[in-house]
Design a protein around this ligand. Structure first.
Ligand code: GCU
Length: 686
């Protein structure tokens, strides 16, 4: 049942939300600038199906038609075969299976046809058409099926409800304040939250956890007496198909419920969680579930009761199960009070040692959330050996979009190439599955967004947020293709005077920026040479004598951590073949991870042919030169990018260059003084 095309937003029934609702925010349009919707202009569009997300699709199309011309017709039902009078059909099929995110896209008889069996699929289909631009209306082709490889694509916000005396409003947040909370209260800026949900949906994200994994008192109460605040956020995100999750404290029965114990095997504790969870679902019927950081960096957990992490996770999984919720239980468990004199305790080993023996013990709705590397989001780490070692457990891979260790959104550091390397890694060797296939529990990223007008502080850090969603949807996607996609959408180059120069310039400053960052910071996988506490800028010995377990062991002869089985901590032995062998020997270990696995003399010759010490010097000089070149390239784009954005990035490049020089000079001076080996090229080292 369809209407003939009529005026914009004037379809039959039911009406979509007010057209302006997709545009009413001061924040940057990011990858959804109005111009990106020009492709829908002058088209005759049919949106068919019923439901709140179909309303959203209709509202989006109507807004585009209002701006660029074109017509949209709304029909309660209608299939791809209906309506030859349309250029674009967006149809929810009758056999609608709720929650299905896939869609098909066809070009037939001069029409573009998107069909979906679930409302979220229809929304993804619309954004796909926008992404394709004019190509979506070219030629003819048979239906292509699109569906996300990973069912959960989630952002964890490390947002504090109350300002934390050390961490501020957002822990490791470099994009201003929280989108959700300010000074202990809900911000209530739900239009901004809705705009955020819209951006996330357009890149493929479908879940958001709204508070810090370090749950302080103010955050703890979100679970009970302040669940209404969370429900408001959920209401704002729901029209874009985003489910809301909450970080909770394992000690909630004690802290909030007045019990004397949080022991996961005690009946009263189980009853408390069941009751609390029932009330959460009464407020938020499509609530996603809990995120838990337990027995980790001081957070409470099951160890206090002599229970395992499976006992802990299953307690919450059981409370959530009646409602279809999931617990994301983090595997970031290690001893953060270790003695640096003790060379046998290796933080890198911890997650594997704690969790792999529990494989098979977790409920189906418990997801073990594992950081992609064994330590902590360093610029370069091997892939965590936990991934691939727990075939009977649903694992989610956690990455960090917020640039805690990668320049804090003052430096350009496009992280998709790193994440892509992780997702394409095959823990079981060449013929085995990739991480992107093993992550059955999804892809989770620590969000880099805040209340900054550009969302991410550094406008170019939007590329990282975009890539999270796209890689979750398609973990084997080419990161450079994703970068190009982001550039096309965000900057809509064709709308400017010199599209090719703009494209080339943006590509040049972003594509290898992670490797550039790596070059001027910590060498060869050694990691952690940052200033303690805030983690910005160099401090070679910052964590060398600390209880956090992150050391480089540099002395006058050499550097690196011996993690071999033969002579070191045995960490290399946590990998399956062939990696256990590859990493075991300094001769076969890849250069970029050498110092993560081995302590070697400064004169050790890398596969690249240079010595370790010369590599340290060379890469630091190269890194600074690359930043200087990128700054120039950016300067040359003045006039092709809007002035305010251009100025913001230019200003950050000044800081990046200053900081890169500081890294170069501190790292090089440190190692010259330790090793006494001069730079082969005679450059100035202080
Ligand atoms: C890092 C980070 C912390 C964070 C922790 C985590 O250690 O510095 O701020 O709380 O990771 O992932 O829980």
């Amino acid at each position: 049942m369809t209407d003939a095309p009529r005026g914009p937003g004037s379809g039959s029934e039911p009406p979509g939300p007010p057209v302006v609702s997709v545009l009413r925010t001061e924040a940057d349009h990011a990858w959804l600038p109005p111009e990106a919707f020009r492709v829908l202009g002058s088209r005759r569009v049919l949106v068919s199906g019923t439901g709140p997300l179909v309303d959203t699709v209709h509202g989006e199309v109507a807004a585009a038609c209002e701006r660029f011309g074109g017509t949209v017709t709304r029909a309660r039902e209608g299939t791809a075969s209906a309506g030859s009078a349309y250029d674009l059909l967006l149809c929810l099929e009758e056999a609608a299976e709720r929650g299905d995110e896939g869609f098909t896209l066809a070009r037939e008889r001069g029409r573009t046809v998107v069909t979906a069996t679930g409302q979220r699929g229809l929304l993804h289909g619309l954004f796909h058409v926008v992404r394709l631009g004019a190509a979506a209306f070219d030629g003819e082709h048979a239906p292509e099926a699109h569906r996300p490889a990973l069912a959960t694509r989630m952002l964890d916000h490390w947002d504090n409800v109350a300002v934390h005396p050390v961490m501020g409003q957002v822990e490791r947040g470099y994009a201003g304040g929280s989108l959700f909370w300010r000074d202990g209260r809900a911000r209530g800026d739900l239009e901004r939250v809705r705009a955020y949900g819209r951006l996330l949906a357009a890149c493929g994200i479908n879940a958001v956890s709204v508070n810090n994994v370090n749950v302080h008192e103010a955050e703890a109460h979100l679970l009970t007496d302040r669940i209404g605040d969370v429900a408001d956020i959920a209401d704002a995100l729901r029209p874009y198909g985003i489910r809301t999750h909450l970080s909770v404290t394992f000690a909630a029965p004690v802290v909030l419920g007045g019990l004397t114990t949080a022991d996961p095997l005690q009946e009263e504790v189980r009853a408390w969680w069941a009751g609390a969870t029932e009330r959460v679902y009464a407020a938020i019927p499509d609530f996603g579930g809990y995120v838990v950081k337990a027995d980790s960096e001081g957070q409470p957990g099951p160890f206090a009761y002599g229970r395992s992490h499976a006992d802990g996770a299953n307690l919450l999984a059981d409370a959530l199960a009646p409602y279809g919720g999931t617990v994301h239980w983090r595997a970031f468990v290690y001893d953060h009070r270790q003695d640096w004199r003790d060379r046998t305790t290796d933080r890198a080993r911890a997650a594997y040692d704690h969790f792999v023996p529990l494989d098979g013990a977790f409920r189906d709705n418990a997801v073990l959330q594992v950081k992609h590397g064994p330590v902590d989001f360093q610029t370069r780490e091997p892939v965590s050996p936990v991934i691939g070692a727990m075939p009977r457990t649903r694992l989610a891979v956690e990455i960090q979009a917020t640039q805690e260790y990668t320049g804090q959104q003052r430096h350009v550091c496009a992280l998709a190439p790193m994440w892509s390397q992780v997702l394409r890694f095959r823990p079981g060797g060449a013929a085995a599955a990739r991480v992107g296939e093993l992550a059955r529990g999804g892809l989770v990223a620590v969000s880099n967004a805040g209340d900054d007008p550009y969302w991410t502080g550094h406008p170019l850090a939007q590329a990282n947020l975009y890539a999270v969603g796209r890689l979750g949807w398609q973990p084997d996607a080419d990161p450079l293709a994703l970068l190009d996609e982001w550039i096309e959408l965000t900057f809509t180059p064709e709308a400017g005077p010199d599209p090719e120069r703009l494209r080339a310039g943006l590509r040049a400053v972003l594509r290898d920026s992670w490797r550039t960052y790596e070059k001027y910071t910590a060498p060869l996988g050694v990691g952690f040479m940052v200033q303690p506490g805030h983690h910005y800028g160099p401090s070679v010995d910052g964590y060398e004598y600390s209880p956090w377990g992150t050391y480089h062991f540099a002395d006058r002869n050499g550097i690196g951590v011996d993690r071999s089985r033969a002579t070191g901590t045995g960490y290399a032995g946590q990998y399956a073949a062939p990696w256990a062998e590859v990493y075991e020997s300094a001769g076969t270990c890849p250069d970029e991870l050498l110092l993560f696995f081995h302590h070697v003399p400064y004169g050790h010759v890398l596969h690249s042919g240079t010595t370790v010490i010369q590599h340290i010097y060379d890469t630091r000089f190269e890194g600074v030169a690359e930043v200087a070149a990128a700054r120039e390239t950016w300067a040359s784009l003045a006039g092709l990018v809007d002035d305010a954005r251009h100025a913001r990035v230019a200003e950050r490049y000044e800081e990046q260059l200053r900081c890169a020089r500081e890294w170069r000079d501190q790292v090089n001076s440190y190692f010259l003084r330790k090793s006494g080996v001069p730079d082969a090229h005679g450059r100035r080292i202080h």
